[in-house]
Each structure stands twice: as structure tokens, then as C-alpha cells.
Design a protein around this ligand. Structure first.
Ligand SMILES: [Zn+2]
Length: 160
């Protein structure tokens, strides 16, 4: 039993790494309207509106749609761009990249590697060591403080 299971979202898990494929109507049913708008309709939250924008607690950020681990707090930095920003995802498989030519711009979209939720974009003006800036909508992030995350990670390792 995954203690983080949300409402009746059958895909939400912090331990399951299987890819999630769910119909749009099912996503609409299980996600909050805010998360659905960003994650499934590629929306963008208003800049400076995220509680995570100036948030400095140590811990792990997860996909709010499926529970996939995305970013660690020690890769978060103050970009001043109005959205939570990170310079590196937790692992290569945490996120996937897609060319995005919408709004007359050439950008790289970042999606969740597990459920393909739209997260934000990545730009090449970040700090070292990667030089990347993952500009992420806070609405699609769940945060867990370090201690609890570590405990869950160890439990996960045990069960593998
Ligand atoms: Zn996801």
C-alpha cells in the first residue's frame, strides 16, 4: 500500500516506476483542475505564484500527477524567472525532452519521464555544473522533506 496514494488516482505512486498511460478523461477525473491544466493541457502557472518559488527546504520534488521523483532540493536555485528552477533532474529517466515550437519560440519542453505530464521547459542559461535551467511549474510538483524521503527510499531499496 502506497501511503502517498492520492484520492482515486490509480497511477500515483512514489515507488512504482512503470510508465503510466492513462486516457485524458481519466486524468481529468483524478487530477485537480490546476494540475490537470498544467500536466495534461501544457498550461503555465502565473509567474511568482508558486509556493515553491522561494522555497528552500531540503527534500525531494515529485510529479504531482504520478509521484515520480523529479528533482532534489540541492539542485534548486534562485533563477529570478518566477518559477521554481533546478539545474539537474534526479536521474536521466526522471524527465523526457521534446522540441516545442509553440508561441513562435523554439524551446525544449520537459515532461515527466513516467506519466508524460508537462512540467515546464529547460533553458541553457543555468548555473554550473550543468549550465541548464529547468523552469518548472510548481503546481505539478509535490514536495517531501528530506528525512521522510530518505526513509521511504530505504524502504524501497529493501523491497527491491
Ligand atoms: Zn508524472
Amino acid at each position: 500500500m502506497d501511503q502517498h496514494k492520492k484520492n482515486d488516482n490509480p497511477s500515483y505512486s512514489r515507488t512504482d516506476t512503470d510508465k503510466v498511460v492513462m486516457k485524458d478523461e481519466d486524468w481529468k477525473r483524478v487530477l485537480s483542475p490546476e494540475v490537470y491544466y498544467i500536466a495534461r493541457q501544457k498550461g503555465t502557472e502565473r509567474p511568482w505564484s508558486s509556493k515553491f518559488e522561494n522555497f528552500k527546504d531540503a527534500g525531494t520534488y515529485y510529479c504531482a500527477a504520478c509521484g515520480n521523483a523529479l528533482f532534489k532540493s540541492d539542485t534548486k536555485f534562485d533563477s529570478g524567472c518566477g518559477w521554481p528552477s533546478f539545474y539537474e533532474p534526479i536521474s536521466k529517466n526522471s524527465v523526457i525532452y521534446l522540441p516545442d515550437h509553440s508561441l513562435g519560440m523554439s524551446r525544449t519542453e520537459v515532461e515527466c519521464g513516467r506519466c508524460k505530464a508537462h512540467l515546464g521547459h529547460v533553458f541553457e542559461d543555468g548555473p554550473p555544473p550543468t549550465g541548464l535551467r529547468y523552469c518548472i511549474n510548481g503546481v505539478v510538483l509535490d514536495f517531501e522533506k528530506a528525512k521522510e524521503a530518505e526513509k521511504n527510499y530505504n524502504e524501497k531499496k529493501k523491497s527491491l
